[in-house]
Design a protein around this ligand. Structure first.
Ligand code: FEO
Ligand code: CA
Ligand code: CA
Length: 720
């Protein structure tokens, strides 16, 4: 395609961390004075080098059928408008944008005239998780032919740039936006739960399942954890700051040890508008600093102009200005009600969505849990996806009770483990170690900060990025999905790319700065991304040892400076984003959301059998007078990393889950054809993609985000 930058990527890049952290020495001095007294200095003793043998027995039991061989032939790179999987595999489209979730909702016409969006699949399928049902429809941990798929509907295409396929004529981009269009857009964001079943040959959605559910930007949610009742969450909708309306831009997902679905609110800030006078009106108080830090400068246009569609509350709420006499009468704080991990019980529609504020407010990608250990805290890892943002970890106050693996009240278990605990942010040191820096009022760097005024734990939970700035966290190359290797408990986080990385800011954990050509276009910085991993003595520890498991690169890029993992045509990739370890096979599935290598290939899914932290060597990169020495994992071969799937044109491959037996793999294909031009909305011959219609799925020719299910012809485990 000729458009230079895909809008999906623009959304992810519209924000970046341009702050400079306070000088580290100053931070360290303050922290030493307090922490060494309180905690025997454990928190700052991160220079201690940890061996993998230091791992406790916490997560070493491994997957049920760990494999040592990737038993399929690699799929070639492709720009065809098709989902390609290896020989011996079958791919079936299962659940597309607009598919009905009730028996009374009409079939999807896919021509922009469909209605009843509260009962249809939303747009931009993203993170996805599997929840088994047994033959009698009760929650199960093991059943493999019937279950619920809970997933995110992250976004929709940007009407200002490309075709808006949910509207008959492609939508009206100029302001004011038509209320009828905005009403649709409000409903296609959020989450969905859909029951699916296999008859042994085919999978199908159960349109009439009582479990089917939509959560949208309009669904009531409870504020939970330290920010509940905060003055910064007071809105006209919730004058006591205990409720929020809806969830937005939900990206990655996770599954809790107690069997619920968790989802990260990612690029929510772009949906809000503040007029040019708002800084003055707010007297440039601390909220202005926070709004700017979170990507909303006064005068910034909102992504879809929802605030312009009329005087009704459902539109006005997207205007984040301090417009009335008090916060109880306007939506100046509405943006503060987004940016959290939300928890949903997919099995129980009576349970309201919870915003788990203890896990901080940021551009959340996903949440991944360390394997819980009886009597130890529950630990979760998270990335904040914007250029120069950070990696976080949450450690619960409550200790894990194995009885909670099958609780009678799943959301009560969520309350127990996710509402009280300690949030940390990562600092990566050049020597290959790192430390977790505490984000709480117990840390004097935060309590006494001159950088931002923190008055309470609620402030830390709401203004988390500023707390992380204050303690001197390491700015990373866009932290995306995390996963915990079931073989050894090591934690992997994808760093998708960073056009802002420069020689001046290159460091051991974000070491590459180079130029790659896409046709005649120069792409700079960390163009193709990498995957960092770390090992901790125990998941709750304050220190870790890290290396870079994988460097994304084009196969023919220079092996001394760019293609540091030795990728070949069978496994080269750009912009790793989704990362999910299979509990059944131990395979590390890696998905791409790329715009750098798309002249050569559509986005893809790869299967990996990773080693362990420290299995490679140091590598030194020279940039003029500056040298950067990084810690690279061992080079890859097609035996350890192999391309499994390539998607249709214009898509991102994102979200992956499987049945407990590992024999059905569900993968989301997001925004195929998104570079189609507005003027071509009713000319299928000019669509960038006609998938999944061209795979025989559904009416119309307009491209649709959809879930596919992959099975092996011989009924075996996927990837083996
Ligand atoms: Fe929604 Fe960071 O990708
Ligand atoms: Ca290139
Ligand atoms: Ca993503």
């Amino acid at each position: 395609m000729t458009l230079d930058t895909r809008p999906g990527t623009l959304f992810n890049e519209e924000d970046s961390n341009t702050t400079s952290n306070p000088a580290f020495e100053q931070v360290l001095a303050t922290r030493l004075s307090r922490r060494s007294l309180l905690r025997g200095g454990a928190g700052v003793a991160g220079a201690t080098v940890l061996g993998t043998t230091a791992l406790s027995g916490c997560a070493t039991s491994g997957p049920t059928a760990a494999i040592n061989t990737l038993g399929f032939k690699p799929v070639a790179k492709s720009i065809a408008d098709v989902v390609t999987v290896p020989e011996g595999y079958r791919v079936q489209v299962l659940y597309g944008l607009g598919d009905p979730l009730t028996a009374s909702t009409p079939a999807f016409k896919n021509d922009g005239t469909d209605s009843d969006w509260a009962h249809r699949a939303g747009d931009h399928h993203d993170g996805i998780e599997w929840f088994s049902l047994d033959a009698s429809g009760q929650p199960s941990r093991t059943f493999g032919s019937r279950g619920l798929l809970a997933m995110n509907h992250e976004a929709t295409t940007d009407e200002k740039l490309t075709s808006f396929f949910i509207h008959a004529d492609g939508g009206k981009a100029s302001l004011p936006r038509p209320a009828a269009e905005v009403d649709k857009e409000l409903m296609i964001h959020g989450l969905s739960v859909v029951e699916v079943q296999s008859d042994g040959k085919q999978w199908a959605c159960k349109t009439n399942s009582p479990f089917n559910r939509r959560v949208t930007t309009m669904t009531e949610a409870l504020i939970s954890g330290p920010a509940k009742g905060s003055e910064h969450l007071v809105t006209k909708y919730s004058t006591d700051g205990t409720k929020a309306r809806g969830t937005l831009n939900n990206c990655g997902t996770g599954k809790t040890p107690w069997g619920t679905f968790v989802s990260g609110e990612e690029n929510w800030f772009g949906y809000f508008h503040r007029d040019a006078e708002d800084d003055t009106r707010r007297k440039k108080d601390k909220h202005v600093q926070a709004l700017n830090r979170y990507g909303r400068k006064a005068g910034a246009a909102s992504r879809h102009g929802w605030e312009s569609a009329g005087s009704d509350d459902r539109f006005v709420r997207w205007n984040n200005g301090a417009l009335a006499a008090s916060a109880k009468e306007d939506y100046r704080n509405e943006m503060n009600t987004f940016g959290y991990i939300v928890e949903l019980d997919p099995y129980d529609q009576r349970q309201l969505l919870r915003k788990r504020t203890a896990l901080g407010r940021m551009g959340h990608e996903n949440v991944t849990f360390a394997k819980p250990v009886a009597g130890q805290p529950v630990v979760a890892y998270m990335g904040d996806d914007a250029r120069g943002e950070y990696i976080y970890k949450f450690v619960s106050s409550a200790k894990w009770d194995p009885a909670d693996a099958a609780p009678t009240n799943r959301m009560a278990a969520g309350d127990k483990y996710l509402d009280k605990g300690t949030l940390y942010v990562a600092r990566f040191k050049d020597d290959g170690t790192g430390e977790w820096l505490e984000l709480s009022m117990d840390n004097p760097v935060i309590a006494n900060s001159s950088y931002f005024e923190f008055k309470s734990e609620a402030d830390v939970a709401i203004f988390t990025r500023l707390a992380a700035d204050a303690v001197g966290a390491t700015k990373m190359d866009r932290p995306e999905w995390g996963g915990v290797n079931p073989r050894n408990g090591e934690v992997y986080i994808t760093l998708t790319n960073n056009s802002n990385r420069t020689v001046a800011t290159a460091d051991a954990a974000n070491p590459r700065v180079y130029t790659d050509m896409k046709g005649s276009k120069e792409q700079k910085g960390n163009v193709n991304g990498h995957i960092v991993r770390f090992v901790e003595p125990t998941p709750a520890a304050n220190s870790f040892k890290w290396d870079i498991y994988l460097f994304g690169a084009e196969a023919n890029a220079d092996r001394a400076t760019v293609n540091l993992s030795g990728l070949t045509a069978d496994n080269d990739l750009s912009s790793p984003d989704g990362l999910v370890f299979s509990p059944a096979t131990g395979i590390c599935w890696i998905q791409t959301d790329d715009s750098a290598y798309t002249d050569q290939t559509n986005c893809m899914l790869l299967a990996a059998l990773p080693g362990q932290v420290g299995d490679g060597d140091k590598k030194t990169l020279k940039y003029g007078d500056k040298t950067v020495t990084t810690h690279a994992g061992k080079a890859q071969t097609p035996a350890t990393l192999k391309r499994f799937l390539v998607g249709p044109r214009g898509c991102e491959i994102t979200g992956l889950c499987e049945t407990p037996d590992g024999r059905a793999l569900f993968v989301n294909i997001q925004h195929p054809g998104e570079n189609t031009r507005m003027a071509d909305v009713n000319d299928p011959s000019k669509y960038e993609s006609q998938w999944p219609a061209n795979a025989g799925y559904g009416a119309g020719r307009r491209p649709r985000s959809a879930t596919v299910v992959i099975t092996k012809n011989d009924g075996g485990m996927i990837g083996t």
